[in-house]
Ligand binder design. Structure first.
Ligand SMILES: C[S@@+](CC[C@H](N)C(=O)[O-])C[C@H]1O[C@@H](n2cnc3c(N)ncnc32)[C@H](O)[C@@H]1O
Length: 237
């Protein structure tokens, strides 16, 4: 086996220390997060690769050119780089694009996603070796749904935030104006939107693309009778 090195990339605000401390224990000959050598570990449960961290926005260059063989963007490309400027100026009372918001807001979010995702593809294409593979997983919305429709888990979280903000405004803790100007910089694209950007840029061939629906991964997606307390705590956290 060749020796492998993996880089964890995220914004500088990420807690990289915690990340390194929660990695599987390293195999014999490697050192653990505290710099100690590790000898006596079941090889199946042990980590057999080297690790490093890289800080910065993935919309810009992070690695030397032609240095990556495999790249996995996990659950982060639905975060866009900023709330679109036209939306900031509009100042309508919305936490996010939801069912009763204007069409133009949805279009502005899609435009921002387009700009950011294009930058991501172009920077990764420069950093990856010819024949390398890019695996992207992100939170999207179902085919055929409107830009402004409630979008799965993003819509759920936005809904909880809206209720919470309204409560804080009613209690006089947060100013109404502040709430009105608050938008979250995330956008759940449809698979068609993702596909059309990848094809337009022509930097990667799509080998496989799947929409995974109804994954029971998050208590936030389902509210169960008798579990209100756990659900409330989870969402509040
Ligand atoms: C839901 S978490 C996923 C974390 C991790 N990748 C995983 O799969 O468990 C989303 C992550 O995206 C990161 N993120 C958001 N915008 C980013 C950007 N422009 N560049 C790099 N990371 C970003 C956030 O800091 C956050 O850690």
């Amino acid at each position: 086996m060749p020796e492998l090195e993996g880089y964890f990339a995220d914004l500088p605000s990420n807690d990289f220390n915690m990340l390194f401390r929660t990695l599987p224990p390293p195999q014999q000959g490697f050192t653990d997060a505290d710099g100690n050598g590790v000898c006596d570990i079941n090889p199946v449960a042990a980590r057999s690769y080297f690790v490093a961290a890289v800080c910065g926005s993935h919309f810009k260059r992070l690695f030397p050119q032609k240095s990556l063989h495999f790249c996995h963007s996990s659950a982060s490309l639905h975060w866009i780089s900023q709330v679109p400027e036209s939306v900031q100026q509009r100042r309508s009372p919305r936490v996010y694009v939801s069912s009763d918001c204007e069409e133009a807001v949805g279009a502005a979010y899609l435009h921002q996603f387009n700009t950011d995702f294009t930058a991501f593809l172009n920077t990764r294409a420069r950093e990856m070796v010819d024949g390398g593979s890019l695996l992207i997983s992100l939170v999207g919305r179902n085919a055929g749904t409107q830009l402004t429709e409630e979008q799965g888990i993003l819509g759920n979280i936005a809904g909880h935030l809206e209720y919470a903000f309204e409560e804080l405004v009613n209690e006089g803790i947060v100013e109404k104006e502040k709430y009105k100007s608050f938008y979250i910089p995330w956008f759940g694209p449809s698979s068609e939107e993702v596909e059309s950007i990848v094809k337009r840029e022509g930097l990667f061939e799509i080998g496989n693309m799947r929409v995974l629906e109804g994954i029971p991964m998050h208590p936030m997606t389902h509210w169960k009778q008798g579990k209100e307390k756990i659900f409330g705590r989870f969402v509040a956290n």
